[in-house]
Design a protein around this ligand. Structure first.
Ligand SMILES: NC(=O)c1ccc[n+]([C@@H]2O[C@H](COP(=O)([O-])OP(=O)(O)OC[C@H]3O[C@@H](n4cnc5c(N)ncnc54)[C@H](OP(=O)(O)O)[C@@H]3O)[C@@H](O)[C@H]2O)c1
Length: 278
């Protein structure tokens, strides 16, 4: 049994919490709206951007998992959530605990590649995107503060209630031929759970499903599944844009995806939506 603190315990963190509780772990969930935490999670109400609000912090934390997400698409919000937030939490936790493992949720946004290239943990991340730079600064801050840190760069997250792309297909919106990469919410939680359990994780993993696909391929599949006409294509160029995320390191670590491609994952999302509509 371990004591796990999930800082930023929202969609992914909440699903991870449910899995850890089923294992018999003690789970603390940190968020501002602590009343929204899943049943069984011990609430820690606080703002990661405000160190004073992080007291009192429970002592004896064995594992820290940082999954807070920025409130807005602005450099200030990214700095608060991905740079200052993990620094503050690590500092406050270190006063009463010495976690044996620290996980940090980052994003594949750190890769600037945009001509259909394959990227993995070894790929260059230098680019001029301010949001990518802030995520990389957060990754570095966590690595510096915790020798036992593991950074996980998630692709676009979808899952229950995250139906934006399905809604676009239903609205008859156009698609593009750019490469897209995704991972189901349950696999995000599954990956973090797995990386908490294996003996010697590497310091960095890219977490995406096994099938990068063009946006048009995903939306056309959804349209067929929904019995709708194929979405019009908005592309004029050769379509080889975006990047393709390779998850080979994660798979080699022993992780088996619950949703290996968008077909299984969005199939479940669409089934849930149909169930909810009845
Ligand atoms: N969305 C994507 O496609 C994507 C892609 C790659 C990586 N990621 C990363 O994956 C991780 C998990 O994402 P998710 O989908 O689980 O996000 P989510 O559902 O929005 O959960 C984030 C949680 O962080 C908490 N939070 C935000 N700001 C906070 C603050 N200042 N102090 C304390 N708690 C705070 C929020 O709760 P309160 O509002 O109650 O505080 C919320 O519970 C995040 O790190 C995200 O950046 C997301």
């Amino acid at each position: 049994m371990s004591a796990v603190l999930i800082a930023g315990c929202g969609d992914v963190g909440g699903e991870l919490a449910r899995r850890l509780l089923a294992d018999g772990d003690v789970v603390y969930g940190l968020r501002r709206r602590a009343h929204l935490l899943p049943a069984g999670v011990r609430p820690v109400a606080g703002d990661v951007g405000d160190p004073v609000s992080l007291h009192p912090m429970p002592a004896g934390i064995d594992v820290l998992c940082y999954t807070a997400a920025a409130d807005a698409r602005s450099p200030e919000a990214y700095r608060a959530a991905y740079v200052d937030g993990p620094r503050n939490v690590l500092r406050v936790v270190a006063r009463t605990s010495c976690p044996r493992r620290v996980l940090f949720a980052s994003s594949t946004r750190v890769y600037p590649q945009s001509a259909g290239e394959w990227v993995d943990e070894e790929s260059p991340t230098e680019g001029d995107d301010v949001y990518a730079r802030l995520l990389l600064e957060g990754e570095a801050a966590v690595r510096e503060a915790a020798a036992s840190s593991v950074v996980v760069r998630f692709a676009g997250i979808y899952g229950p209630g995250r139906t934006r792309l399905v809604d676009r297909v239903r609205a008859g919106e156009a698609c593009t031929g750019a490469w897209t990469n995704r991972i189901h919410r349950d696999d995000c939680a599954g990956v973090l759970h797995h990386l908490l359990q294996i003996e010697r994780p590497l310091p960095l993993y890219l977490a995406a499903d096994g099938e990068p696909a063009t946006q048009c391929a995903v939306m056309a599949w959804m349209a067929e599944r929904l019995g709708l006409p194929a979405p019009p294509t908005a592309d004029t160029g050769d379509g080889n844009r975006g990047k393709r995320c390779r998850n080979a390191r994660l798979v080699a670590s022993g992780y088996e995806l619950e949703y290996p491609s968008f077909r299984e994952g969005y199939g479940a999302v669409i089934r849930d939506m149909a169930g909810g509509a009845r």
